[in-house]
Design a protein around this ligand. Structure first.
Ligand code: ATP
Length: 439
C-alpha cells in the first residue's frame, strides 16, 4: 500500500487491514494502485461519517436540501465548468529514474525528488477520466467521470427551486463519488483516484456573499469540533490572491495535521456567480433568480463547502489512534466519537455458563435493533476489552453473577476505562444519548 514510509501511518494502515477497515483494491491480483476497498468496519465508519455530515448540513436545517445526482453528466457540463480546458496538473518526468511528479509539489524545481536527476519540461495533464457512452467510441459519445460533485448541484439548482419552497439564501447538499486521474496519488486514502466528496453549495444574493463565506467558515470549524477532532490538530488557511482558483473570490482551507504533515481536509470557496453564469451561457437557460419581495432579478453567488469523505476517515483514524501504556499492560485504542464508532457496544457473558450467554444474547438482540453491537464470549474479559478498544467501540457490557440477581450489568467506558452498574432497561438510552451528543 502507498504511504509506507511513515511509522505512524504504517501502524494505522496495518490496523485497518488487520481489523477489516480498509483493504487494497483487487488485492488477490497484486492490488490496483491508489484504490481501496472499505471492509466490514470501514464501511460502517465511513457511513457514520457521511451520516454525521448529512445530519449537520442537511437534516438539522430547514434552508438546506439534499440531492443525489448521477456520476455521468452531459459533456457540455464540463466544458461550461472549465474542466475540459483547465482541470489540469503540471506533469514532469525524471529523465533518469523515469518517476513522474506534479511539478507544483516538488521542493526544488527541475530536480527529481527521488534521485536528483534532471526533469522534463512541464506538460499539462487533464485529470478527468474519459470514457464513451454507447457502442461507438467517437468524440460525440465522450463522457467523463465527474471530478467533483458540485456541478451536479449547479445544473439542478433550477429544478430544486421549482420543486421546493426554498428561497435565496438556501443550500443544496450532496455526498457522492468523484474521480480524478491524479498524477501522484499519495498517503493511503488521502489522495486517491476514486473518492467521495461531501459538498454543500449555498446560493446567496450578491453583496451578502462575504458575510455568508464568514458564516460557513465558522460553522464548518464547529462541525469538526463536534466530530471530536482535537483542536490543536486543526488549522485554517486563507488563500492568498495568487492561490485562488479561477472561479473563486475567496477561499479557505481547513487543514489537519496528518502523520505526514499539515494537509487540506476541506475547502470553503466563494465561487461568485461564475458557475451559474457559465451554465446559463452554455445551456441557453436563464438561471437568474427573481426575488418576489424586493422585485429584483440577479444571478446568485455561491458559497461552497467541500470536504472529502475518505480524507475525513483518515483524519478521524489518525486523530483517534493511541498506543497507551497502562500499569501492567498496554493497549491500542481508537477514541472515536460514539456517533462514528463502527460498533457501539461489545456484549460479553462473564463466563459461558449459568445462563449468562442467554442474557447477553437477549441484550444483543434488543440493542441490535437500533445500532451495531458485537457479541463475544471467547477469552478473558480483559482480552475482549482490548479487541473492542482497538476498533473504537465506546462501551463494553458484561453480564455477570449480579445480573442474574438484579438485571444490572457492568458497563465499561472505553476512554476512561471506568466501570459502572447499569440496569439492562437503561442501556439503550445511555448509548443512544452518547451517540447523539453534539447535535
Ligand atoms: P488537493 O489540493 O489536495 O488536490 P483540491 O484543492 O484539488 O485538493 P478540492 O477540489 O477543493 O481539492 O476538493 C475538495 C475536497 O475533496 C478536498 O478538500 C479533499 O478533501 C477531497 N479531495 C480532493 N481530491 C481528492 C483525492 N484525490 N483523493 C481524496 N480526496 C480528495
Amino acid at each position: 500500500m502507498a504511504g509506507l514510509s511513515n511509522p505512524q501511518m504504517d501502524k494505522i494502515i496495518s490496523l485497518c487491514r488487520r481489523r477489516g477497515f480498509i483493504f487494497q483494491s483487487s488485492e488477490i491480483y497484486g492490488g490496483l494502485n491508489a484504490c481501496y476497498d472499505y471492509g466490514p468496519l470501514g464501511v460502517e465508519l465511513k457511513r457514520n461519517i457521511k451520516n454525521f455530515w448529512w445530519k449537520w448540513m442537511v437534516e438539522r436545517r430547514s434552508d438546506i436540501v439534499g440531492l443525489d445526482a448521477a456520476i455521468l453528466m452531459a459533456s457540455r457540463v464540463w466544458e461550461a465548468s472549465g474542466h475540459v480546458s483547465g482541470f489540469t496538473d503540471p506533469l514532469v518526468d525524471c529523465k533518469v529514474c523515469k518517476h513522474r511528479f506534479r511539478s507544483d509539489l516538488i521542493a526544488e524545481p527541475g530536480k527529481c525528488p527521488d534521485c536528483g536527476g534532471e526533469l522534463t519540461d512541464i506538460r499539462q495533464f487533464n485529470l478527468m477520466f474519459k470514457t464513451f457512452m454507447g457502442p461507438l467510441e467517437d468524440s460525440a459519445s465522450v463522457v467523463y467521470l465527474r471530478p467533483e460533485t458540485a456541478q451536479g448541484i449547479y445544473v439542478n439548482y433550477q429544478n430544486v427551486l421549482d420543486s421546493t419552497r426554498q428561497k435565496i439564501p438556501f443550500g443544496i447538499g450532496q455526498i457522492g463519488k468523484a474521480f480524478r486521474n491524479e498524477i501522484t496519488p499519495e498517503n493511503f486514502i488521502f489522495r486517491t483516484r476514486e473518492f467521495e466528496q461531501m459538498e454543500m453549495q449555498f446560493f446567496v444574493k450578491p453583496g451578502t456573499d462575504q458575510e455568508w463565506f464568514e458564516y460557513w467558515k465558522a460553522d464548518r470549524q464547529e462541525y469538526y469540533r463536534r466530530l471530536g477532532i482535537r483542536a490543536e490538530k486543526m488549522r485554517f488557511h486563507p488563500h492568498g490572491k495568487d492561490e485562488l482558483a479561477h472561479y473563486a473570490a475567496a477561499a479557505f482551507d481547513i487543514e489537519y495535521e496528518f502523520p505526514f504533515g499539515w494537509k487540506e481536509l476541506e475547502g470553503i470557496h466563494n465561487r461568485t456567480d461564475f458557475d451559474l453564469t457559465r451554465h446559463k451561457e452554455f445551456s441557453g437557460k436563464d438561471l437568474t433568480y427573481f426575488d418576489e419581495v424586493t422585485r429584483e432579478r440577479y444571478m446568485p453567488y455561491i458559497i461552497e463547502t467541500s470536504a472529502g469523505a475518505d480524507r475525513t476517515v483518515l483524519c478521524v483514524l489518525s486523530d483517534a489512534y493511541e498506543e497507551q501504556k497502562l500499569e501492567k499492560d498496554e493497549r491500542t485504542v481508537l477514541h472515536f466519537h460514539p456517533a462514528i464508532a463502527p460498533i457501539k457496544a461489545g456484549i460479553f457473558p462473564l463466563v459461558k455458563k449459568d445462563g449468562m450467554p442467554e442474557v447477553a444474547h437477549r441484550i444483543e438482540e434488543k440493542l441490535r435493533r437500533h445500532f451495531p453491537v458485537f457479541y463475544d464470549e471467547s477469552a478473558a474479559v480483559g482480552r475482549r476489552y482490548r479487541r473492542q478498544d482497538e476498533i473504537g467501540t465506546p462501551y463494553c457490557i458484561t453480564v455477570d453473577t449480579e445480573t442474574l440477581q438484579n438485571e444490572t450489568v457492568t458497563v465499561r467506558e472505553r476512554d476512561s476505562m471506568t466501570q459502572s452498574r447499569v440496569k439492562i432497561d437503561d442501556l439503550f438510552l445511555l448509548i443512544y444519548n452518547k451517540i447523539n451528543e453534539g447535535f
